[in-house]
Design a protein around this ligand. Structure first.
Ligand code: ATP
Ligand code: MG
Length: 271
């Protein structure tokens, strides 16, 4: 599920900057020398990354190299502690903002392992998430109309919204549901953590189409795709491909890097 916590900032007595305040000339996302720990162990050892408006970046790397840690840290998952460094979104330092505040600013994370929330219909969840995103209530009817429209645009089953959140979903259905959330929430920055894993060809197209459709509506959409496979990148044509290895970005290049990694693996960085 997307990073949307139900607690309103006012309820925490927190004073916030107006969401979306843009610093002129700043990239959409800028990560500066980010060191992140999980369970007290440092996983990311200084990551730098800049994603401009309208750009699509891919992050590849072996299992356990820290890709999901980076994705979660970008969205402020409290299980991941930022030891040092900063995450800037449109020039604003969001490093210490909670996930819901980031979501309101237009940041979105599709999880590698989406949670099951039995008893919550997708339509209801999306309504709450959309209200969080926009800061104002969204009617049942409005969500139903948008849901139907997006299910159609994404080539998904029209009855999907009536199902309960990820409850008994197949792996592929969970991933499609993450894309549906992205489409409905219309973020400005989407981080997709292995949203292509375990998907059949149609599912891959749903993911690619989802990104393209949101981009049509929001041409400035920046996307960070974490993936193990070149296949999705053939569909999405990344501007940059980065290799995350042992908590560091060890190489950044054009799309040809994905083909090289598929051929040669990560041997070159193993000592
Ligand atoms: N919440 C957590 N608590 C404890 N350790 C964690 C946590 N999240 C990640 N780690 C550890 O951090 C390291 C990096 O994990 P991470 O999930 O970021 O890797 P990854 O690159 O996403 O791997 P994969 O390709 O398998 O998804 C691993 O050793 C993992 O066990
Ligand atoms: Mg991962």
């Amino acid at each position: 599920m997307a990073q949307t916590a139900p607690v309103a900032p006012a309820a925490r007595g927190e004073l916030e900057q107006a969401p979306g305040a843009v610093a002129a000339g700043a990239p959409l996302l800028q990560v500066e020398d980010l060191h992140v720990a999980a369970e007290g162990r440092e996983i990311l050892h200084g990551v730098d990354l800049a994603v401009g408006e309208g750009e699509l970046h891919a992050i590849m790397g072996p299992n356990g190299s820290g890709k999901s840690t980076l994705a979660n840290a970008l969205l402020g998952n409290p299980a991941y502690e930022v030891l040092s460094g900063r995450v800037l979104y449109r020039g604003e330092d969001v490093t210490s903002l909670p996930p819901d505040a980031r979501a309101r600013r237009g940041m979105f994370l599709a999880f590698q392992y989406p949670e099951e929330i039995p008893g919550v219909p997708i339509s209801q969840f999306l309504r709450q998430a959309a209200a969080e995103r926009t800061g104002s209530p969204v009617s049942v009817l409005e969500v139903r109309v948008r849901l139907r429209e997006w299910l159609d645009r994404l080539g998904m089953d029209p009855t999907f919204g009536e199902r309960h959140l990820n409850d008994g979903f197949s792996g592929g259905e969970k991933k499609r549901n993450e894309i549906l959330q992205m489409a409905l929430l219309q973020p400005d920055l989407a981080v997709l953590d292995e949203t292509d894993s375990g998907l059949d060809i149609d599912g891959l197209r749903t993911v690619a189409r989802g990104v393209e459709e949101v981009r049509l509506a929001r041409p400035g959409l920046g996307v960070v795709v974490v993936t193990h496979y070149r296949r999705i990148l053939d569909e999405l044509s990344p501007d940059r491909v980065h290799v995350l290895f042992d908590g560091r970005i060890v190489e950044s290049s054009g799309p040809e890097l994905a083909a090289r990694l598929e051929r040669d693996g990560y041997e070159a960085w193993r000592r």
